[in-house]
Design a protein around this ligand. Structure first.
Ligand SMILES: Cc1ncc(COP(=O)(O)O)c(C=O)c1O
Length: 418
């Protein structure tokens, strides 16, 4: 479809679409930053035809960029063969994707370690499955992290730390204790024979792209194993190449009992996965969980196309190199507002010395760049893994200008969370 054709069919102005959005959509997100009409590769276009370079990838989703032909073709092919079936039946892509994910999660485990996958349609659903699995251990306490984010459904929200998200929905699921992220001694003190699981993000994306300190996941593995508790690693945001590793936990020499995935898995087609390894692989039994759409063949075909493309184009390794390049380009700005660039691979947080991330975010958008501000003093950058070094350099230079502009016109405006 050409851009002109799209514009003709869109018809109305940005302001008119915004007004219609305001009347028709639940007010969970605030006003949309723009109404978008088209997306391709690293670019999106709004209804007025203005082009933006998407360095957020739909919040760390489109690892292959928008409308990647491998994914759209796989989806179209699958829709034309088997579109949907009930879970009384199985399909080939569902089985193949489960095998591929199981192999990823057990890549550093002893040969023959079992792993089984439950599919849902989002990160929160993957985490609901994980939460239910922990209950099937016969224990009811879960240790989660301060500043964690695991989703907005009631179970996932119960594991999410942020008070503003939790408070209106109390009472939440009981039995969750929060410990400071990255503090081994605090974890040691919190885990005991009552603990069903410890749940941790290897990189806390929503709270400002904070990576776990080196050795923390290994320590969590050792502590949970000693107490007979499960180690559950939420790689919904950081997994599948985003951080320059297939799975951050496995790269850090840890085999989790539970890994949850979503976001990049379908490159924009909704799919989530909860992978249980070792003894956890046998906890679900017929009737203990389910989903009408979970494991649907179209999502599974999208997932397979993503995994194939990441592998064939060596994009996981490339994300690591590109991440280093991006950090180098931003640090070379030597901008007085930048305190630190943290994160892994192509999931990066630019930490600012002032709470002006929202204003800088707005200045970047005006200049045609999409990122977001998960904290008042942090910008999150998560470009598609197909970006070039030239894209990263162009972004760094736009960031330098936006930092200066944003600092001048700072005010609490946009930001946003998943
Ligand atoms: C680590 C993590 N877990 C879970 C979720 C929830 O995923 P979803 O929004 O697909 O429900 C997110 C979303 O940002 C996330 O970053």
């Amino acid at each position: 479809m050409t851009h002109d054709l799209l514009n003709t069919s869109i018809g109305q102005s940005e302001a008119e679409w915004q007004a219609r959005y305001d009347r028709a959509l639940a007010h969970t997100f605030g006003p949309p930053r723009r109404v978008l009409a088209r997306a391709e590769g690293v670019h999106v276009w709004d209804v007025s035809g203005k082009r933006y370079t998407d360095f957020l990838s739909g919040i760390a989703v489109c690892v292959l960029g928008h409308n990647h032909p491998a994914v759209t073709q796989a989806i179209a092919r699958q829709l034309g063969t088997v579109d949907h079936i009930s879970n009384f039946f199985a399909t080939v892509p569902q089985i193949e994707l489960a095998e591929r994910l199981a192999a990823l999660a057990t890549a550093s485990a002893p040969a023959g370690t079992p792993a089984r996958v439950f599919f849902g349609n989002s990160g929160a659903e993957a985490n609901e499955a994980g939460f239910k699995l922990t209950r099937l251990t016969g224990r009811t306490r879960v240790v989660a992290m301060v500043d964690s984010f695991h989703g907005r459904t009631m179970g996932a929200l119960s594991l999410t730390h942020k008070l503003a998200y939790r408070q209106p929905f109390a009472p939440l699921v009981p039995g969750v204790d929060f410990v400071p992220f990255g503090d081994v001694a605090a974890l040691e003190a919190a885990v005991d024979g009552q603990t069903a699981a410890v749940v941790v993000e290897p990189v806390q994306g929503e709270s400002g792209v904070v990576p776990a300190p080196a050795g923390y996941l290994a320590a969590a593995r050792e502590i949970t194993a000693r107490h007979g508790a499960l180690l559950w690693v939420d790689e919904v945001q950081c997994g599948l190449g985003r951080c320059g590793e297939w799975l951050v936990s496995v790269a850090d020499a840890v085999t989790p009992d539970i890994v949850t995935l979503a976001k990049g898995l379908g490159n924009g087609f909704p799919i989530g996965a909860c992978i249980a390894t070792g003894r956890a692989a046998d906890l679900f039994t017929p009737g203990s969980h389910g989903s009408t759409f979970g494991g649907n063949p179209v999502g599974a075909a999208a997932g397979l196309a993503v995994l194939d493309t990441l592998r064939d184009q060596h994009l996981v390794e490339r994300a690591r190199q590109l991440g280093d390049h991006l950090v180098g380009a931003i640090e070379a700005l030597q901008h007085p507002l930048i305190v630190q660039v943290r994160g892994r691979g192509l999931l990066r947080g630019v930490v600012l010395s002032q709470p002006v991330a929202s204003a800088v975010n707005d200045a970047l958008l005006d200049a045609g760049w999409i990122v977001n501000a998960p904290r008042p003093d942090v910008l999150r950058i998560a470009p598609p893994l197909i970006v070039t070094e030239a894209d990263l350099d162009a972004f760094a230079s736009a960031l330098g200008e936006a930092l200066t502009r944003g600092n001048e016109g700072a005010g609490p405006r946009s930001g946003g969370a998943a």
